[in-house]
Write a protein that binds this ligand. Structure first.
Ligand SMILES: Cc1cc2nc3c(=O)[nH]c(=O)nc-3n(C[C@H](O)[C@H](O)[C@H](O)COP(=O)(O)OP(=O)(O)OC[C@H]3O[C@@H](n4cnc5c(N)ncnc54)[C@H](O)[C@@H]3O)c2cc1C
Length: 396
């Protein structure tokens, strides 16, 4: 005999997006269960050096969820962003001032965001299951999920937040467009001699993009993307040699680098689901779209998936009905397609050494600098504000 719980929404996956999904569905008045095998409490969570560049739209959503206050102390404001290319004179600067904002975004430790979400969930009725979903089937007007601990869950809606390799997406035979970038991102932290002055740097090198982002008073997060072998080689260096290699790739704008932290690596793939719904199920976060981190958009986009799903659920009698799922898919279509396309084009344009593309890049950076309308439109997309406005109109 198995025990079975009945809820409105089962969220599968308790990463950043799953935790956000559970909290936003609860705020929309739904009963929720969250299934996650790895780390149901923060104390058990694996260390993660990643910082997330939270944009203005995400701050707004986290504020509405009531978690931003607890996270803000660890969030480093980004006052300006500079995009430049190794070996080229041109660069483009975006500033918070021109956007009329206090900050373009906040570089925030992933652990701080996850912790804020989990602490908020602890104070709710969310049913936490430390388990893996092993099977799912549709029965009449609900979905039934079988867990590896012998329990089962019954829900009107399943939110698949189970990451890039989503087993639920595969079980529902939702097709994906997949591309292996052949690159690995190395993430670490370093001290910078001259301080960062709140500036985030994105430097395109012949081997891949290198981001240096403000983290503390004189400390920065480094996200250094190169072909797999080149990343393995720098990851294996001693601290001094690592800082010297980083210096060669980045230059001396921030003075010397020292005192590197732990180095973690992520092989990079693009996985883009062609549909985001199936019977009584929707995809959110990396399960729906896994993007290259160059534009720092993956979680920002996943958070908008969650906010949209909650807005639709709040207005629907049955959150897993065909009509509710159709509404979710429609509302997410333009935002996810635009951000995924922009991110992918950025990687491909700056990864290619063909002379004609190199010339276009140069024009591109110059164009960004001299065409105010284009400059503003890039900035609005990165801030996520257009998408948030559409979402707020839906919720109103
Ligand atoms: C180097 C790097 C830098 C990044 N920087 C940024 C940034 O600056 N800004 C930004 O917005 N994004 C950034 N991202 C992207 C961001 O980290 C991801 O988009 C986000 O963490 C995805 O979260 P998720 O919850 O969808 O997926 P995951 O974190 O992969 O979580 C999926 C969860 O599902 C669970 N799971 C899997 N299968 C099952 C199952 N069968 N049953 C139950 N549970 C299951 C797993 O245990 C896991 O906990 C970056 C990514 C990388 C690699």
């Amino acid at each position: 005999m198995t025990t079975s719980d009945v809820v409105d929404v089962v969220v599968v996956g308790g990463g950043l997006v799953g935790a956000s999904a559970a909290l936003s569905q609860l705020r929309a008045g739904r009963s929720v269960a969250l299934v996650e095998p790895e780390a149901p409490t923060l104390a058990e969570a694996a260390w993660d050096e990643r910082c997330i560049g939270l944009n203005a739209a995400s701050i707004e959503i986290l504020r509405e969820l009531g978690v931003w206050q607890g996270i803000a102390a660890e969030a480093q404001p980004i006052r300006s962003t500079v995009i430049c290319e190794a070996g080229r004179a041109g660069s483009v600067r975006f500033t918070a001032e021109e956007a009329g904002l206090e900050a373009l975004g906040y570089n925030t430790p992933l652990r701080a965001i996850h912790s804020g979400l989990l602490v908020a969930l602890e104070g709710t009725d969310c049913a936490m299951r430390r388990a893996t979903v092993v099977q799912h089937r549709i029965e009449d007007s609900h979905a039934r999920l079988m867990l590896d601990n012998g329990q089962s869950l019954q829900a009107r809606l399943v939110m698949a937040c189970d990451g890039t390799h989503s087993a639920l997406r595969q079980a529902c035979a939702i097709p994906v467009e997949a591309h292996d970038y052949g690159q690995t991102a190395l993430v670490t932290t370093v001290d910078v001699e001259r301080g960062h002055h709140g500036c985030a740097w994105e430097r395109f090198t012949p081997l891949g993009p290198l981001a240096v982002l403000p983290r503390g008073e004189t400390r920065c997060t480094v996200v250094w993307t190169q072909p797999h072998a080149a990343t393995e080689a720098v990851a294996a260096l001693g601290d001094d040699a690592f800082c010297a290699a980083l210096q060669r790739a980045f230059g001396r704008r921030l003075g010397g680098f020292s005192n590197p932290g732990r180095r973690m690596r992520w092989p990079l793939r693009r996985v883009y689901a062609r549909d985001v719904t199936a019977a009584r199920l929707l995809l959110a976060g990396n399960a729906a779209q896994t993007l290259h981190p160059v534009a720092a958009q993956g979680f920002n986009l996943g958070l908008r998936d969650c906010a949209t799903a909650a807005a639709v659920a709040a207005r629907s009698e049955d959150p897993g009905s065909t009509e509710a799922l159709r509404r979710y898919a429609l509302l997410r279509a333009d935002d996810r397609a635009a951000v995924a396309r922009f991110t992918d084009q950025l990687v491909r344009l700056f990864s290619n050494q063909l002379p004609v593309l190199s010339g276009l890049r140069h024009l591109g950076l110059g164009g960004l600098a001299v065409t105010p309308a284009f400059h503003r439109s890039i900035m609005r997309q990165n801030l996520g504000l257009q998408a948030l406005a559409r979402l707020q109109a839906e919720a109103a």
